[in-house]
Design a protein around this ligand. Structure first.
Ligand SMILES: [Zn+2]
Ligand SMILES: [Zn+2]
Length: 253
């Protein structure tokens, strides 16, 4: 599978970092993880996959830097030029059904599926198989319910884990341990700074070490997270490969 970082930033607009969003592609399928503002434009700019190729969207949580492009995504599906006919599943954490119901109240048919099947649901609490993808999730500690997602291809023991926002829980450690090749972790705090519900490079490094990831990618970076400093700090806590996320970066498993 190939992973493209569409947005490595946060809610704070930065010149070179868009809001959180990632694309995961196998030979035949495409999944987006989070839809921060601008995500659907970044997808079109950074990948040969079009919006109509995305069959599953996984939302980690309902903060606007992670979900703002959901309504524009669904609105775009209405365009004849896109001509979507294939089903679309959008999965979110607890509260997502209410969130979508509110969008429908505001926008009605403009955010409903027509000409294609639209399945909107909250995480069912158990592994989902979609084609060759196996998708699992675990909760983190954040100011809103947040799911970390683990994506693997059938037959592969390990895959990629996206933490979304938040500090790790036992549930996340169990989910990721021995199953995570690439860990894409939130690292919105600079070295030495702690805040409940967010991670700094020390915590991201420790999580990568605890779950025996091969590669740690620090993402969801605020302007005060300087690449050299966070890299140095994470290196003290994790012995594997460490990358600082950049918009447009591609990784493969
Ligand atoms: Zn958040
Ligand atoms: Zn966030």
């Amino acid at each position: 599978m190939e992973i493209t970082i569409l947005g490595s930033g946060t809610s704070i607009p930065q010149k070179d970092r868009s809001a959180p969003s990632y694309l995961v592609r196998s030979e035949e399928r495409a999944i987006m993880v989070d839809l921060g503002p601008g995500a659907i434009w970044n997808l079109v700019r950074n990948s040969p996959a079009g919006l109509a190729d995305v069959g599953t969207v996984l939302l980690t949580h309902l903060h606007l830097d992670h979900v703002a492009d959901l309504a524009p995504f669904l609105f775009a599906m209405k365009a004849e030029e896109i001509g979507r006919t294939s089903p679309l599943t959008v999965i979110g954490p607890e509260g997502f059904s209410d969130y979508y119901a509110s969008l429908r109240k505001l926008y009605g048919r403009w955010v409903e599926g027509a000409g294609y099947e639209l399945d909107i649901k909250e995480w069912p609490g158990e592994l989902i198989e979609w084609g060759e993808f196996r998708i699992d999730a675990g909760r983190s500690v954040h100011s809103l319910p947040n799911l970390a997602y683990l994506l693997r291809e059938s037959g592969a023991g390990s895959g990629v884990m996206f933490t979304g926002d938040g500090e790790p829980t036992m549930e996340m450690l169990q989910l990721g341990k021995g199953t995570t090749d690439i860990l894409i972790a939130e690292c919105s705090l600079p070295p030495g700074v702690t805040e409940e519900g967010h991670m700094n490079p020390q915590q991201a490094g420790r999580l990568a070490e605890q779950i025996h990831a091969a590669t740690l990618v620090m993402s969801h970076l605020n302007p005060d997270c300087k690449a050299e400093e966070i890299l140095k700090e994470a290196t003290a806590h994790f012995g594997g490969k460490i990358l600082v996320a950049e918009d447009g970066m591609k990784l493969s498993i």
